[in-house]
Design a protein around this ligand. Sequence first.
Ligand SMILES: [Zn+2]
Length: 96
Amino acid sequence: MTAFPPLHEYALAHSCPTCKVKPGEPCRAPRKAAALAARNGLRAELGLAPIEDPGIALHLARHDAGRRHYRRDVVAAPWPEDRIPGQRYDTLGGAA
Ligand SMILES: [Zn+2]
């Protein structure tokens, strides 16, 4: 366990300013999803593993909201050398 969850969890914890989905729901981004499916189709033909990034099909504005939230948590947390190993310092409320 790390002190902070991954950035896509921060992004998912916010509603999306672009497609207006609620926190926790994936973005309604059909072109992003189609582009990812096409790319993974090509990767499969080449014998490569699919791209499995849960944040890749989220809208940019939502990523930005997640990054702002993450930066606020980092600033509010103790310095890295003062953190308790295994403890999380995020404010996502354990929902993520
Ligand atoms: Zn969205």
